[in-house]
Write a protein that binds this ligand. Structure first.
Ligand code: ADP
Ligand code: MG
Ligand code: ZN
Length: 470
């Protein structure tokens, strides 16, 4: 029998707020253990949490960017469980009335992955295992998170990858999270089930917890799919449970039987007031959002005639896209700028992390100036490419590398003289060209270009040659 894979993702996005969600401790990654904590985030009796308004603003930004509705009334709830990473023995989260609902992320295919809701919650502390002992670092306790929960709309591990990459990109654009998987600032719980092909009844799911690499996530999904199918084919049943992915063996193992909402005894947190928002506030925040990557991508492809491949590379990181925008100001053909970024700048950058930072010596204004000279006919593409390599190494402007005479071009009389010489010294090429071999002209063109030391305009020279030969 053939099966359909069904996947739903619950993604935790750690927010870049200055302070934690319910106290004024710093929200910082990489500090000395247990230096960013206080009686509130440790949950001492007698302390009271107070919701950080910046978290609410970030949630609203995320809602707008992910096509969600914002609930004008939402509340905080307690999720009760006992574990050393949670000194209060409950996590403050949103269960009954989350802040956002009903959104989607659109994949390149046009398929929408629906988002059921987004809620705000606090992160738990971090357990550190060392030499057989377990330590607790409470710096992470109380760090604000958004949990983005999809409908079970994802039907392959490739779609899951695309969804996560789009989510990362959007969160980075709007500045709410850096979404670094390795640092744990984005994490995924993956729900997987299979059903007979075309059936509309969902199968029993398992949930793989805490995936912190996209590659491992896709492997885990494929492994679970195959495991479910094997169980069903051999007449057994899939048991609903919570799994852990083992990287070393690329397999999963059971962590615990699946807990139900009632196991957590969710109830309204009596320490926190209702979160009441107005449409005016939401509109105001909407105005602060930058243009989103999807919209930029469409504009680059449709209006600027940049290839889809290059446009995707430009929008992937906001810094790159912003650089492109700034370097294109007032130019006739921004595509030339795109070609310099993708063709020359990217070649000097090795890692994705460096691409994301996009710290290069040449400023967008300098690239803008250089492309301006190309557009006004003062600089040939050939010379520009050479100069640009030196600009990238030195951070100096184009005028340091091309002389006045370079930028004046070559007088037409001189071009004509060079063309005549080339024709005289290559009689065979001329004969070939006259007998219909278009290619033969290239040999003549090449010889003239060499004479101009790359400063000539190839189009002009070609025209001149044709004129002289006929
Ligand atoms: P819980 O909170 O108990 O984990 P939810 O009903 O909130 O359960 O669902 C959590 C996630 O699991 C959602 O992303 C949802 O789309 C996904 N999901 C639910 N049922 C299935 C299923 N049968 N197969 C795959 N994913 C599922
Ligand atoms: Mg879950
Ligand atoms: Zn604190």
């Amino acid at each position: 029998m053939k099966y359909d894979l069904v996947v739903g993702l619950e993604t935790h996005v750690e927010l870049l707020t200055k302070t934690k969600i319910f106290c004024s401790c710093a929200n910082k990654f990489g500090s000395e253990p247990n230096t960013n904590c206080c009686p509130v985030c440790l949950g001492f009796p007698g302390t009271l949490p107070k919701l950080n308004r910046e978290v609410v603003n970030f949630a609203i930004k995320a809602a707008i960017a992910l096509n969600c509705e914002v609930n004008l009334l939402s509340k905080m709830d307690r999720k009760n469980y006992v574990y050393p990473d949670l000194s209060k023995a409950y996590q403050i989260s949103q269960f009954y009335e989350p802040i956002c609902k009903n959104g989607y992320i659109m994949l390149d295919s046009g398929k929408k992955i629906r988002i059921n809701h987004i809620h705000m919650e606090e992160d738990a502390a971090k357990l550190v295992y060392k030499n057989g002992d377990t330590y607790v670092d409470y710096n992470r306790g109380g760090v604000p998170l958004l949990e983005v929960v999809t409908e079970p709309d994802i039907s392959s591990s490739d779609e899951a990858r695309e969804y996560i990459e789009k989510l990362q990109m959007i969160m980075r654009y709007i500045g709410v999270s850096d979404c670094r998987m390795q640092e744990g600032s984005i994490k995924c719980d993956v729900n997987v089930s299979v059903k007979p092909e075309g059936s509309d009844k969902l199968g029993t799911r398992t949930e793989i917890k805490n995936m912190n690499s996209v590659t491992f996530m896709t492997k885990a999904i494929d492994y679970e799919r195959d495991r479910h199918i094997d169980l069903i084919e051999s007449g057994e049943k899939v048991v609903q449970q919570t799994m852990r992915y083992i990287e070393a063996t690329n397999s999963t193992e059971s962590m615990r039987s699946k807990e139900d909402a009632q196991d957590y005894r969710y109830f309204r947190d009596p320490d926190l007031v209702d979160i009441i928002l107005t449409n005016e506030e939401i509109e105001k925040i909407k105005k602060t959002l930058p243009e989103l990557p999807d919209s930029r991508f469409k504009r680059y492809v449709n209006d600027l005639e940049i290839s889809e491949k290059d446009a995707a590379l430009l929008v992937k990181y906001k810094n790159v896209s912003d650089y492109f925008e700034n370097a294109s100001v007032n130019l006739k053909i921004p595509k030339t700028v795109a070609n310099f970024i993708v063709g020359q700048i990217f070649r000097t950058i090795e890692t994705e992390a460096e691409k994301e930072k996009f710290e290069i010596l040449t400023t967008p204004e300098q690239l803008n100036e250089m492309v301006g000279l190309i557009e006004s006919g003062k600089l040939t593409m050939n010379l520009a490419k050479k100069a640009f390599s030196k600009m990238l190494e030195s951070g100096k402007p184009v005028t340091e590398f091309v002389s006045e005479s370079d930028m004046q071009g070559i007088p037409p009389e001189e071009i004509e003289k060079m063309c005549k010489e080339a024709i005289e010294s290559n009689p065979n090429a001329v004969k070939d060209y006259l007998s219909g071999k278009e290619k033969a002209l290239k040999a003549l063109l090449g010889s003239v270009m060499r004479q101009t030391r790359g400063r000539g305009n190839a189009g002009e020279i070609e025209e001149k040659l044709k004129e002289l030969i006929k």
